[in-house]
Every structure is written in structure tokens, then in C-alpha cells.
Design a protein around this ligand. Structure first.
Ligand SMILES: *Cc1c(COP(=O)(O)O)cnc(C)c1O
Length: 450
């Protein structure tokens, strides 16, 4: 009999003008039905009959959680600059502005203004890429994984590709060189051993079926000890003798020298081109500091082959990539990359600036400043770190504290070192500091009151 006391959907809808305004009638109707279902179940289980306000409240909570985006901004205080799970590289202001302009207006994506006729989307980044890398031609696709797939498919389907055993890497996110090779229809010819491969291993594996020699960057691991691997120059020399191309999958593909900032030297795209690699492949959102993209630069005849392959259409870059990438590349040409591109601003951040910020945070939180290490991440420079200064707080339960910080309105990701919760200013922007400090202070206070 108490079930009869529950209001009807119709009557609840009449008191839901605000919700209908925010979410539209169909969603609100669904949410009210679901809330009524749970109310009925509660009554059947012997509970009290919820009043209409409680039912409306349940519907409101359900609608709010449905409409909340799961992809949200967070504050990265981990000190991992290219944090793959947190979105890799941040874009420069110019790159963001370029995306906004093209997103809100029609554009010259495939349109030649002088002719008033169809143009090609491939023009937007190519001139900048060839100028920066010294390559004859360039092509931009959706990401580096599909760039490699396209290169292998277009050049080596049903033929052989020689790779050193030490380079059959898994990068993360399910990207494995041997599996990409399989998808492309190219036959993998593994040579050498896990730790040592010599130039003669490569040259002896060349047959009439060989289509290319592949070099894949180790990215996220390091082989140390008794090791040997042919240099790119050695590979291109062998390749030239047999009129074969070298495909160089650089991974992060730096355009600036990481050694300038006290890191190991990460292979640069310009160097690969100079060594004579036929195709050089790298990501747009690793050390380049731009949007997700797969960049292919190299010899014109080879790049043309890729452009004409049907797969190129399936992996083509969208207009947002083609807006953000040139804006990012221009920073390099204008010699302002370390100031304007967030990734390089973080890499080159003076330790004294980091220390001053960590000191301010620690003072506000009753914490301390300790020495620490930032990492570049993103499958580049494994084992390499940048000295940093961390703001550290001591709490009774570090893991619980980290969870509280992740639950803040702008989630804050920090890490634990020893028994301290630490915050690295290197990866936190100036405009995130207020929210960061508020979340830490709020939760420190809350925990001390319990
Ligand atoms: C990261 C990486 C890739 C994949 O790049 P995405 O842009 O993430 O697709 C491919 N090869 C190497 C060597 C890498 O380091």
C-alpha cells in the first residue's frame, strides 16, 4: 500500500523545470523513472517511503554524474613531464589558440584560396617540417604507431624487413614492433642477439626479398653491460649498398638537444635525416611538445609512396592536429621553443626557480623542501633524471592523503617518497598553484581534526 504513496513520473516532471532546463526532458524522465524504481525497491525491502524531494534528489545526483566529463584536467605534481596516463605534452598558448580558431570556424583545411578550389591538407605542416629537419618531404598522420604501420605496409608488404633482436620492443599501450610488423604484412627478419647485433648481422640477412632495414628506438628501456648495436650511419651505409631504405622509428623524436639540459643525448630527427635514413618517424606529443600526431619525414619518393597508399586515408591527421602542429613547429623555427613549449620550459626550468616555489609551498603547509628527481617520461630517456626540489609533507596515511588529493575539484596527482607525500613544482603551471595549495591545505587541516 505504501507503493501507492509514491508520486507519478508526470507529477515529478512538473516540479523539475530546473532539471529539464539543464539536461532536457528525455534524460530527466529516464532519471526520474530510475529514481522511482529504487524508491519502490526500498519500500519493498521494508524501508520508509521516500518523499518527492528525496526522489528528485536521487535523479539530480544521477544526472550530475552522467553529465560530468570523465576526461578532466588534473594537476600533475609528479615531476614526470611526459606522463602518458596524464595526457603527455601540454600545448603552447599559440597551439591552443590555433586549435580554437580552426574548431570554431570553417578553414582552409583542403582549400586553396588563390584558386578558390580544392587543395591538400598535407601542405599545412610539411614546409615547416622539411625546413626544421632538412628532409625532402614530410607527411603527418594520426600518431606514430600508425605512421610505422603505414610505412611498413606501403614499402614492405609481403617482403622482408630486417630488425635487430634488441629492438623488438614493446612501447606500452599495446604497441609492439613485431605485432605492427605482422599487421603490415611485412615479414620480420630478426638478426643478432638480445644484447649484441653487429653490422655484418644486418648485411648477411639481406636477400632479394628485403624491402627495408628498420631501426626502432628502445624508448622506455635500456640495455647495459656487454652490448653492441649498429649505428644509424652503419645501417644507412649497408642500406645504400643494397639500394634499400632505412626506416628509423625514433619514438620521441627530439628537435632540440636534450644534452644541453644535462640529460643524455636523445636522437634528433635532424640527425637521422642527415645520416640518410629514408623515412624517419616520430610522435607529435612526446619531446616535440605538440598534439598527438605521427610525423614522417624523409626522401621524397618514399614519402610519396606512403601518401598514395590507401591506408594513408585511414590514418590521416584531423584539422585540430594540423592547426596545433604548425603552431608548435614555428616555436622551433623562431628559436623560442624553450620559452614557449611547455615540455621544454619544464625541462629547462632553473633549479633556483623550482626551489623558490617548493619553499613557498612547504612554508604554507608546514612541510619541508627535499632534493628529488624529475623524469622526462613518455618513452624517452629511460633512467635519465633532472635534479629537482620537492615540497614534502608528512601525514599519517600517505596513500589516503593521495586519494583525498585525487578527489579534489581539480584532481591533484602527487607521489610518495619514503614516508613523505611530495610535490614537484616542475610540472605544475603557475596558474595551477592556487588550486594545488588549497587542496593540500584543506586536506591537511581536515585530517588533523579527525
Ligand atoms: C612512443 C613510440 C611509438 C608510438 O608513438 P605514438 O605517437 O604514441 O603512436 C612508436 N615507436 C616508438 C619507438 C615510440 O617510442
Amino acid at each position: 500500500m505504501t507503493l501507492r504513496d509514491l508520486p507519478s513520473v508526470e507529477s515529478l516532471l512538473q516540479s523539475s523545470t530546473g532539471l529539464i532546463n539543464d539536461y532536457g526532458r528525455p534524460l530527466v524522465t529516464d532519471a526520474l523513472r530510475a529514481a522511482l524504481d529504487s524508491a519502490r525497491a526500498a519500500v519493498r525491502a521494508g524501508g520508509p517511503t521516500p518523499d518527492p524531494d528525496q526522489i528528485l534528489g536521487m535523479a539530480r545526483t544521477q544526472l550530475a554524474s552522467l553529465a560530468a566529463p570523465s576526461l578532466r584536467p588534473v594537476i600533475n605534481a609528479t615531476g614526470v613531464i611526459l606522463h602518458t596516463n596524464l595526457g603527455r605534452s601540454l600545448l603552447s598558448e599559440d597551439a591552443v589558440a590555433a586549435i580554437a580558431a580552426v574548431a570554431q570556424h570553417y578553414s582552409t583545411l583542403e582549400y586553396e584560396l588563390p584558386k578558390g578550389a580544392r587543395g591538400s591538407r598535407s601542405v599545412h605542416a610539411e614546409t615547416l617540417l622539411t625546413r626544421l629537419t632538412g628532409a625532402e618531404a614530410a607527411l603527418v598522420v594520426n600518431n606514430a604507431a600508425c605512421a610505422l604501420l603505414l610505412a611498413l605496409t606501403a614499402l614492405a608488404k609481403n617482403k622482408e624487413v630486417i630488425v635487430s633482436r634488441g629492438q623488438l620492443v614493446e612501447i606500452g599501450g599495446g604497441f609492439r614492433v613485431p605485432e605492427v610488423m605482422k599487421q603490415s604484412g611485412a615479414k620480420l627478419v630478426e638478426v643478432g642477439t638480445t644484447n649484441r647485433t653487429h653490422p655484418h648481422d644486418i648485411s648477411e640477412a639481406v636477400t632479394s626479398k628485403t624491402a627495408a632495414i628498420l631501426q626502432a628506438h628502445h624508448s622506455n628501456f635500456k640495455i647495459i653491460g656487454f652490448t653492441a648495436e649498429p649505428t644509424l650511419d652503419e645501417l644507412t651505409t649497408i642500406a645504400r649498398q643494397h639500394s634499400l631504405p632505412v626506416i628509423d622509428d625514433l619514438g620521441s623524436g627530439a628537435l632540440l638537444d636534450t644534452a644541453t639540459y644535462g640529460l643524455a643525448h636523445e636522437p634528433m630527427a635532424q640527425e637521422s635525416v642527415k645520416s640518410g635514413a629514408g623515412l624517419v618517424i616520430f610522435s607529435g606529443d612526446k619531446l616535440l611538445g605538440g598534439p598527438q600526431a605521427g610525423i614522417i619525414v624523409g626522401q621524397k619518393a618514399l614519402v610519396e609512396k606512403l601518401k598514395k597508399h590507401p591506408l594513408a586515408r585511414a590514418v590521416r591527421a584531423d584539422k585540430l592536429i594540423l592547426a596545433a602542429l604548425p603552431a608548435t613547429l614555428l616555436h622551433y623555427l623562431k628559436d623560442e621553443a624553450p620559452r614557449k613549449i611547455p615540455v621544454w620550459r619544464m625541462i629547462s626550468m632553473p633549479l633556483s626557480d623550482i626551489e623558490a616555489r617548493a619553499g613557498r609551498w612547504a612554508a604554507a603547509w608546514g612541510g619541508t623542501v627535499i632534493d628529488g628527481q624529475s623524469t622526462v617520461g613518455g618513452g624517452s630517456l629511460p633512467g635519465e633524471t633532472l635534479p629537482t626540489k620537492l615540497a614534502a609533507v608528512s601525514v599519517s596515511s600517505p596513500n589516503k592523503f593521495l586519494a583525498q588529493l585525487r578527489a579534489a575539484s581539480t584532481p591533484l596527482i602527487a607521489r610518495v617518497e619514503g614516508d613523505l607525500v611530495v610535490f614537484d613544482p616542475r610540472t605544475v603551471s603557475a596558474n595551477e598553484e592556487a588550486a594545488l595549495s588549497e587542496a593540500v591545505t584543506f586536506n591537511l587541516t581536515r585530517n588533523s581534526k579527525q
